[in-house]
Design a protein around this ligand. Structure first.
Ligand code: AMP
Ligand code: MG
Length: 313
């Protein structure tokens, strides 16, 4: 594919030049692939929203290399520093209070008083961030409400030649979006991910609750349908309905053509990594319905179930 570029010194400089012109590229992260633009530029950020057809009220996550630039953009406390030391770079997003004189485009955080920030771990995106004098606003590289991409070809699938530069960083090793924790107030998980509330609680030495799934509206854009393959989905199924694709987990299944196993070894991490790949495959095969077996609701299984629930709305 001619718009997929390997991670090289030459290509990183090319990516930098495009971003400096306030244009958009696609980038790898360990969670999913994203669309990246200069977070300080209104023009860039607007372009991201337009490309994704994302509602303007749904704020973006701003991605940094380290604390150098963040210091000028957000206020943070000891809790943040403890978590940063343990989990960053990595799949954890922090909601912080935005500084008044922050350079972040007001469109990136939907004009809120807070901003979402993350320090991704993927090698290619880190090399790129290190070269830039601005952070990157990066939502997932898919049309709004759809399934997130986990490899360069998925991005081509979503945007065809509308995205001219895709930085290849291999397959996303986690495959599900980051955990989001609100630190602008009492620490709470707004979106479950690979890093659990239990792991976070251990570092903060207090109980941190998962607000995700509760009725409280705490995070704009978190209520509606999301992560959806655009096909009716039925969860907690014991078998497949007529002509439906069947997503299973574990080794007890006798596999048939319509069956897709997230992890034969009952490994939840592997299942998380495979989930979007399987949903994309089922869509391509033109199934009209999906049944999914019950997935254990522990560790990253909580995040898998969160996405399945939203995808089935
Ligand atoms: P995505 O770009 O699809 O990974 O989504 C980012 C998530 O972070 C969305 O669910 C947003 O609602 C959430 N988010 C981003 N900024 C904020 C913020 N300032 N306050 C609360 N949630 C946020
Ligand atoms: Mg997304």
């Amino acid at each position: 594919m001619k718009n997929i570029y390997k991670n090289s010194f030459y290509n990183l400089n090319k990516a930098k030049k495009i971003l400096e012109k306030n244009k958009i590229i696609a980038v790898p992260t360990e969670t999913v692939y994203g669309l990246a633009g200069n977070a300080y530029s209104n023009k860039s950020v607007k372009r991201i929203y337009n490309l994704k057809k994302r509602p303007k009220k749904n704020p973006l996550i701003v991605h940094y290399y380290n604390l150098d630039l963040l210091k000028k953009d957000a206020k943070y406390d000891k809790n943040f520093l403890k978590l940063y030391k343990k989990f960053s770079p990595g799949p954890l997003t922090y909601i912080l209070k935005k500084r008044k004189n922050s350079k972040i485009s007001k469109f990136a955080n939907a004009k809120l008083k807070t901003i979402a920030v993350r320090f991704p771990k993927n090698k290619a995106i880190r090399s790129l961030l290190k070269k830039l004098s601005f952070p990157l606003a990066i939502p997932s590289a898919n049309i709004s409400t759809g399934v997130s991409p986990t490899e360069p070809l998925d991005v081509v699938d979503e945007f065809k030649n509308k995205v001219k530069f895709i930085l290849n960083g291999g397959k996303s090793i986690i495959g599900l979006e980051s955990t989001v924790i609100n630190l602008s107030n009492k620490p709470r998980i707004l979106r479950p991910g690979a890093i659990s509330n239990i792991q976070i609680g251990k570092i903060l030495k207090k109980k941190v609750s998962n607000i995700a799934g509760s009725k409280l509206i705490v995070s704009p854009g978190m209520l509606k349908r999301h992560y959806s393959p655009g096909i009716p989905m039925k969860l907690n199924s014991k078998k497949a309905d007529y002509k439906a694709a069947f997503i299973v987990f574990g080794k007890k299944y006798k596999m048939k053509k319509n069956m897709f196993n997230l992890s034969k070894n009952s490994n939840l991490k592997e299942a998380a990594k495979n989930l979007y790949k399987v949903l994309r495959k089922i869509k391509k095969l033109k199934y009209k319905k999906i049944n999914v077996v019950k997935i254990p609701n522990k560790n990253i299984g909580i995040a898998i179930n969160d996405r399945l629930k939203k995808a089935s709305k």
